[in-house]
Design a protein around this ligand. Structure first.
Ligand code: ATP
Length: 365
C-alpha cells in the first residue's frame, strides 16, 4: 500500500503581502468554462508568470484582472481593495494597471512619443513631455520619438508598448505573451530588458505564457494553470524539481516516466535502485518515477545493460535516448563537448535527489 507524500509535498511557497489576489474566481463563456475557482496571490514587486497550455485560461485570467471581463463569481483585489466582487466593480482605467498585448496594439496614426503619452491625459504638457523622454530613455528608444510605428522593428514596437504601459506609473503591468512575435535572439534580449525595467520601477508584473523557459527565466513565482484552475504555484526551481502532478512534471521541461517498485524503503527500477527519499510516497507497491534528463548519469561500458538509441544535437548540449535492453528508455543530457556514438553500450545511474515519485496511474483504481 502507498501513502501520500508528507509535508514536503510540493514545497511550501513563501508568500509576502498579497498585492493582486484572486479568490475562487470563475468565468464561463457560452461554450467553455475558461476559469474555474481560481485562487492566486501575487506579491508586490514580484514577476509572476501564469504558465499553461493553449486554452487553459491564461488570457481570460489576465482580462479579469484588468477588468476587460467580469468574473461570474469570486473576488479580485488589488492592493487590498476589491476591484471585482459580487457587489463591486472598478472600471479598468481606475485599477492602476498597464497592459502589454501580444500584438502590442499600438496606434498606427500616432508617433512613438504620442503612443507613449497616450495614458498621460491628466499630465501638464511639460510634465508629460518629461515623462515620455524618461520612458524613451528607459526603454532604449531615444531618437525614435517622432517615428511612426510602421517605421519600427518588431523589437522596437515591443519597447514602445512597454513604455506606453509604464507611462502612468502603474503598480501592476500585465504582459500577454509580449515576446512571442520576436525572433529567438531578440526575444532573449528583450525578456532580460523587460525584467530589468520592471524591477527598476518596482512594478508588479503578471506575464501570461505557454513557454516554460520564458516563465522560468523571468519569474520570481510561476503559477501553472490546467483547465482554468491553478495546478501548482511556486518558484521556478520548486515547480521544476517538485512538480505536484504528472501534468506539471510533463509541462515544465522534459520528463520521462518509468515504472518503479517501492519496497523496504528503497525504490527499484530498470535503471537502478536507490533509497526512498523521505519526502516522497511511502509504503510498498508499484509507482511511476519522473526522471529529468539532467538527473541521468551514464558512462560508456561494454557490459552496461543500456544502449544509446538516439543522439539529438542541441547546440550547447546533446540529448541522448538510452534504452534498457528491450525495456523502457529515458533521456540524458550532456554538454556537446562530450559526444557518444549511437549504438554504444552504457551504464546508467540515476541521481535520486530530484526524482519524483507518483502513484502508478496505470494501476490506480
Ligand atoms: P492561448 O494560450 O491559446 O491564448 P489561453 O490559455 O490564454 O490560450 P483563454 O484565451 O483564456 O486561454 O481561453 C480559455 C477558454 O475559454 C478556451 O476554451 C477559449 O476557447 C474560451 N474563450 C476565451 N475567450 C472566449 C470568448 N470571448 N468567447 C468564447 N469562448 C472564449
Amino acid at each position: 500500500m502507498l501513502l501520500k507524500r508528507n509535508a514536503g509535498d510540493s514545497s511550501p511557497v513563501e508568500k509576502g503581502p498579497a498585492y493582486v489576489q484572486l479568490e475562487n474566481v470563475s468565468k464561463s463563456f457560452a461554450t467553455a468554462k475558461a476559469v474555474s475557482q481560481l485562487t492566486v496571490c501575487i506579491t508586490k514587486g514580484d514577476f509572476f508568470s501564469l504558465l499553461g497550455p493553449s486554452g487553459c485560461g491564461k488570457t481570460t485570467t489576465l482580462r479579469l484582472i484588468a477588468g476587460l471581463d467580469r468574473p461570474d463569481e469570486g473576488r479580485i483585489s488589488i492592493s487590498g481593495e476589491p476591484v471585482a466582487a459580487e457587489n463591486t466593480w472598478v472600471q479598468p482605467e481606475k485599477r492602476g494597471i498597464g497592459i502589454v498585448f501580444q500584438d502590442y496594439a499600438l496606434f498606427p496614426h500616432m508617433t512613438v512619443a504620442q503612443n507613449v503619452a497616450f495614458g498621460l491625459k491628466g499630465y501638464q504638457r511639460e510634465k508629460a513631455k518629461e515623462r515620455v523622454a524618461q520612458l524613451l530613455e528607459l526603454t532604449g528608444l531615444i531618437g525614435l520619438g517622432e517615428r511612426y510605428t510602421h517605421e519600427l522593428s518588431g523589437g522596437q514596437r515591443q519597447r514602445v508598448a512597454l513604455a506606453r504601459s509604464l507611462a502612468p506609473s502603474p503598480q501592476v503591468v500585465l504582459l500577454d505573451e509580449p515576446f512571442s512575435n520576436l525572433d529567438a535572439d531578440l526575444r532573449e534580449e528583450l525578456r532580460g530588458e523587460t525584467k530589468r525595467i520592471l524591477k527598476e520601477q518596482g512594478t508588479t508584473a503578471i506575464l501570461v505564457t505557454h513557454d516554460q523557459e520564458e516563465a522560468f527565466s523571468l519569474s520570481d513565482k510561476v503559477g501553472v494553470l490546467n483547465k482554468g484552475s491553478l495546478e501548482q504555484e511556486g518558484t521556478p526551481a520548486e515547480i521544476y524539481h517538485h512538480p505536484c502532478s504528472k501534468f506539471v512534471a510533463d509541462f515544465v521541461g522534459k520528463a520521462d516516466f518509468i515504472i518503479g517498485e517501492i519496497k523496504n524503503n528503497t525504490v527499484s527500477s530498470a535503471f537502478g535502485t536507490f533509497p526512498l527519499p523521505s519526502d516522497q510516497l511511502r509504503g510498498t507497491g508499484q509507482v511511476e518515477l519522473m526522471v529529468r534528463p539532467d538527473d541521468v548519469l551514464f558512462n560508456l561500458d561494454a557490459t552496461g545493460e543500456s544502449t544509446i538509441t538516439e543522439a539529438r544535437f542541441l547546440g550547447a548540449s546533446v540529448l541522448y535516448r538510452l534504452q534498457f535492453g528491450n525495456g523502457p528508455s529515458i533521456h540524458a543530457i550532456r554538454p556537446s563537448t562530450e559526444i557518444y556514438p549511437v549504438g554504444a553500450r552504457v551504464r546508467v545511474k540515476l541521481d535520486a535527489r530530484h526524482i519524483v515519485i507518483f502513484p502508478n496511474s496505470c494501476t490506480r483504481a
